[in-house]
Design a protein around this ligand. Structure first.
Ligand code: COA
Ligand code: AMP
Length: 638
């Protein structure tokens, strides 16, 4: 079949299309209802179906006679380097992984954790992180993984919102040469949060020197608790029961708890492995990301395992792990068929090894294609990577909210011609429309808001955790009947989608989604700052980095450098080091509309040296001349 036939088939009979996809899974109760809108206006899938996501990821394959096949490969150059030796590698068959998961579920059950309870997972990239997620899924418990690079405040905000019964964590993570103790961050977060957890279970990384300090009664040792536990089976859940909450940055300091359900998620993720990635059971898939991000949830843990593939869990960086040949080594060593990472990872490799000389030391013939997401695949990185590997390099576009690709190259059906800078075509289930401010449809090649006409397909967010109003206001209210992605872009004459960047206060730094709105709240809280705008400025390595334009209070006397150091510390302490707050520019005034709204979009365009129209609503156009001069003379771009 061609892509057009598949997509057209879905458009004509959407319910029948997804019923067919649902048949590829082993349900406890097959759904008779395919899709319904709920009372909050969310599109819900397979509402009367029952299943268990962990069963689909592990037990099902064992029942099919594949129990001895490899399910997960842990590969850690980070740990190897700490121990002064080669990467530490550990393989789990489906049976071994199921046994670990079943016991870990038993450990949680012993503490009274039950279906519907929340468990926060704050862990480095070790197998126990994936085991913990699957153990929650086994019990019907809702997990919420928090990325290890977030500071304790971010963790506290998530604890406060999710109200977990238990937190699973580890003694430390590894960031190249640094070992980062996790327990002090966890303790500080618990101190800050008004919600009190019953227990923290801490995995002690015995090979490393950092020892977690335990609080008697509350903190428990993972290994000792596990030793007492009995394996438990899978709890059937409704398709619409939540599998997880994953917090993502919105426009304010309060992140949005994206709720993913079990049924739609399993159906869409299995289908995505086929159509987007062209993967078959038994093949090796590697998503070089972190379980703290949606890419890690979908493509390190759930989709490959549900599809019976082998997944690689990598603890390390693309560079300095120990060198820029790290990715080539992993591909060769584990016979990876498809790699998925963020463009920034290969920009880092290109910077350190521009001729890709390290590639010559490794046989990467197993690799058939490379997938990129997290940020736009910029044409220079695309050209370089396709040239050095002689492989197809596919951009695809999606977000935490959808859980799988909105637009991609339909590799599993019929690979389309690649256009550099485009994420290619919408996937079945997504009716992508480009809308103007007034809600009318844009012409071909005209930029506008990228939206998806409802209903949204399976796996897309069910709601914002305990905040249906925010779900509606953030995504559904601006254009009734359409889901607002928050991205701007256009479609060309052949229907290719070009996503050009966020139209809101969200920034992507090295593939990490953060909120400039939250950064503004922090900068604005500095005693010398009267008002500020934090904008995304282009960066050669990280795609974008945040830069603050700051107006000082009358009488405040502080040098720009000193102010920057203080603001940087505040942002690192509140959000975390991953924010990479780059520079502070003191300006006399900020450009605003007559109603007082800061013209952030214009500032972004100016910093990127794009042509921009002076908005008709501007209060004083002369300010733009002043800002242009500041940017010209003092903004350091790299
Ligand atoms: N735990 C603790 N700290 C973390 C962390 C984690 N999990 N991840 C990052 N950090 C810290 C880093 O140590 C660094 O701290 P520093 O400023 O004190 O040195 C800071 O956060 C910035 O980290 P990072 O953005 O990773 O920059 P880097 O210079 O160390 O590495 C890249 C640059 C491009 C190699 C790296 O960003 C990368 O691999 N990016 C790919 C991202 C990715 O996979 N995204 C997922 C979406 S698909
Ligand atoms: P996250 O929710 O962290 O996955 O971030 C999602 C956002 O990252 C999207 O809304 C886009 O702004 C950006 N993004 C992800 N993938 C792409 C891509 N392939 N092209 C352009 N932007 C992307």
């Amino acid at each position: 079949m061609t892509y057009r036939e598949v997509y057209g088939g879905w458009l004509e009979h959407p319910q029948a299309f997804w019923q067919t996809q649902a048949k590829s899974l082993a349900w406890y109760k097959f759904p008779t209802i395919t899709q319904q809108a709920d009372e909050h206006g969310a599109d819900r899938w397979f509402t009367d179906g029952e299943l268990n996501t962990c069963y689909l990821a592990l037990d099902y394959h064992i029942e099919q006679g594949r129990g001895d096949d490899t399910a997960l490969i842990y590969d850690s150059p980070a740990l190897g380097m700490q121990l002064g030796r080669n990467p530490v590698i550990k393989r789990y068959s489906f049976k071994e992984l199921r046994d670990e998961v079943a016991k870990t579920a038993g450990m949680l059950a012993n503490l009274g954790v039950q279906k519907g309870d929340r468990v926060i997972i704050y862990m480095p990239m070790i197998p126990e992180a994936a085991i913990a997620m699957l153990a929650c899924a086994r019990l019907g418990v809702i997990h919420s993984v928090v990325f290890g690079g977030f500071a304790s405040h971010e963790l506290a905000v998530r604890i406060e919102d999710a109200e977990p019964k238990v937190i699973l964590s580890a003694s430390c993570g590894i960031e190249l040469s640094k070992v980062i103790p996790y327990k002090p961050l966890l303790d500080a977060a618990l101190e800050e949060s008004s919600h009190k957890v019953e227990h923290c279970i801490i995995f002690q990384r015995s090979e490393l020197k950092v020892k977690a300090e335990m609080q008697a009664g509350r903190d428990l040792d993972w290994q000792s608790e596990l030793a007492k536990a009995q394996p438990v089976g899978c709890t059937p859940v409704k398709a619409t029961d939540p599998l997880y909450i994953l917090y993502t940055s919105g426009t304010t300091g309060k992140p949005k708890g994206i709720v993913r359900d079990n049924g739609g998620h399993a159906v869409a993720l299995r289908y995505s492995m086929e159509i987007v990635y062209g993967m078959k059971p038994g093949e090796v898939f590697w998503a070089a990301s972190d379980v703290g991000w949606v890419v890690g949830h979908s493509y390190i843990v759930y989709a490959p395992l549900i599809s019976g593939c082998t997944t690689v869990l990598y603890e390390g960086k693309p560079v300095k792990s120990p060198d820029a040949g790290a990715f080539w080594r992993v591909i060769a060593e584990h016979k990876v068929r498809a790699l998925f990472t963020a463009p920034t990872a290969f920009r880092a490799v290109k910077k350190e090894d521009p001729e890709a000389t390290l590639l010559k030391n490794h046989d990467i013939s197993s690799l058939k294609c490379i997938f990129m997401a997290g940020e736009r695949l910029d044409p220079p990185t695309y050209e370089w990577l396709s040239q050095v590997t002689a492989l197809p390099v596919y951009d695809h576009w999606w977000q935490t909210e959808t859980g799988w690709a909105i637009c991609a190259n339909p590799v599993g059906v019929e690979p389309a011609k690649i256009k550099a800078g485009s994420a290619t075509y919408p996937m079945p289930g997504f009716d992508v429309r480009i809308l103007r401010e007034d809600g009318s449809e844009a012409e071909v090649n005209e930029q506008g808001y990228v939206t998806v006409k409802r209903p949204l397909p399976p796996s897309c967010l069910a709601t914002v955790w305990r905040n249906p109003e925010r779900f509606y206001d953030s995504y559904m209210s601006q254009f009734p009947g359409y889901y607002l992605t928050g991205d701007g872009g256009y479609k060309d004459e052949e229907g290719y989608l070009f996503v050009m960047g966020r139209v809101d206060d969200v920034i992507n730094v090295a593939g990490h989604r953060l909120s400039t709105g939250e950064m503004e709240e922090i900068v604005g809280a500095h005693q010398a700052v009267a008002e500020c705008a934090v904008i995304a400025v282009p960066d050669n390595l990280k795609g974008h980095v945040p830069v603050g334009l700051v107006v000082l209070k009358d009488g405040a006397a502080i040098a720009e450098d000193a102010l920057h150091t203080e603001l940087n510390q505040m942002i690192r302490k509140t959000i975390g080091p991953i924010a990479c707050y780059q520079q502070t520019l003191i300006v006399q005034r900020l450009p605003k509309t007559r109603s007082g709204k800061i013209l952030r979009r214009t500032l972004r365009q100016m910093s990127a040296k794009e042509t921009y129209a002076v908005p008709s609503t501007i209060d004083d156009p002369l300010i733009l001349t002043e800002i242009a001069e500041v940017m010209e003379t003092r903004l350091s771009l790299s």
